[in-house]
Design a protein around this ligand. Sequence first.
Ligand code: FES
Length: 578
Amino acid sequence: MAEQRTEMTEDARGRAFFNEADAAGLMHRAFTRSLGFDRADMNRPLIGILNTYSEMNNCHAHFPELVEAVKRGVWQAGGFPLEFPTISLGEIYLTPTSMLWRNLAAMDTEEMIRGNPMDGVVVLCGCDKTTPAALMGVASADLPALLVSGGPMLNGHWRGQTLGACTDCRRLTTEYRAGNLSDVEYAEVEENLVRSRGHCMVMGTASTMNSLTEALGISLPGNGAVPAADSRRILLAERAGRRIVGMAVEGLRPSQVLTRESMENAITLLCALGGSTNAVVHLPALAGRLGVDLPLDLFDSISRRTPLLANVRPTGSFQMEDFFYAGGVSAVLRQLLPLLHGDAFTVTGRTVAENVAESEIVDSEVVHTLDNPLKSEGGLAILRGNLAPAGAVIKHAAASPGLMRHRGRAVVFDGIADLQGKIDDPDLDVNAEDILVLQNAGPLGGPGMPEVGNLPIPKKLLKEGVRDMVRISDARMSGTAFGTIVLHVAPEAAVGGPLAVVRTGDEIELDVPGRRLELRVEPEEMQRRLAEWRQPQPVYRRGYGKLFLDHVMQAPQGMDFDFLLGRDPVETIAQPKF
Ligand code: FES
């Protein structure tokens, strides 16, 4: 990074706050002295460090150490760091789904940046929803901001196998349900799966979104893949602390970095990584904050032209630790330069192309070249048809090739409880060619669009050796999951989308190469069923749940709240006078 200035102007937010005349300024200084700081500190650029640490978010367990590293960097560069908390969304602990609170976390992020007198902010994030929330919050506040993620976990190891969270949670539970794994072996998996701090170490949602921050230009190079347990993660945090001081002085805001071009770069990287389908929800939400139009079809067209380069689970064979050793996100971005807006500006003060100019592939089995890709196309497809007029998503890179064109009989579950009650019933009328359909698991129906789209294979079929079937829903799916799974069907069933009127026995046609999803029911019959449809009663009648149900938008709009669209840049602070 180039030399950076560290002097703030007199009217900068922090300085103005501390140097205000009369009682207000006196109070600000006197109360800050109670923290052990003096006027020299208060005249430095004030940098907020947003810490999403929580003991109920295991992926962020090491954040206190990272905060110290950021603080060290801020002091080194002449800034004044003050840490502050926001809510933390732990994927494992929160029910019914952490997605219910992503928008709340984004609001918390935006409002605490707006309300406190900082000149710049470093946001610590990592677990699935914390990174999208951070992106959305800093985009709307539009104060100089830089994201630092906690980094992925190290690989798990068990009986000669490399284990990944949580691809192997599902794979090995399936084998356990099928009777192929003993109680003892299943207990051993529990001990060996998650052996370090950090977020899930396959290319799930967390690894995807943290990798995309590099393409978006809102984090320093390395943010996507340096493992949480690696000392270079601490150095990355320290460098971020140094850099944010320069960004605050330069007035380098997220709106100068997060642009249509950087979002297209992020989608291109998403496709080359075989990343999570959840990015197809989170990126439109971010775009909505920026006033950028990011239609679903853009994901499809970019996926068609972008080769799959990263050989990382669940689409590939390796994990984030191997990916880091192989060159990481920078190596992939350098390969992708002919397909990127290389001149997109980033928080380093340089372009994406300049950031990755020296990056090399160290292991070509893990990171492939443009000339020798794993697949000629990215892993995502957007489907349309009378079953999904506003679109649906499939990650075909992680699906069964033999099911890419498939007609089958629908076996319908009208909600998550219905699914749980029937899926392992020995009397369930289902065979391997059928298509499992789950209704009422979308943004309103879930509520919160839980990650239940990878419906379990019925136990009786598991025992026959079936490991994949076509599954269709308005739900999301964990980025660590795999299978022939059609997700995000829009409009969702709970608002009267066609998915609501599918019945067991109907024929459905999936045609991924043709990008079609059709319910083979006569139009008149569809209309008759839709006219009879009645909206389910709302799950929440008060509090945040009601706010969510009243304002959440559909998946193609990123599931953001309608009143959070756009930016409201932080300019000055309104201080009450005494
Ligand atoms: Fe936090 Fe997987 S549980 S990223």
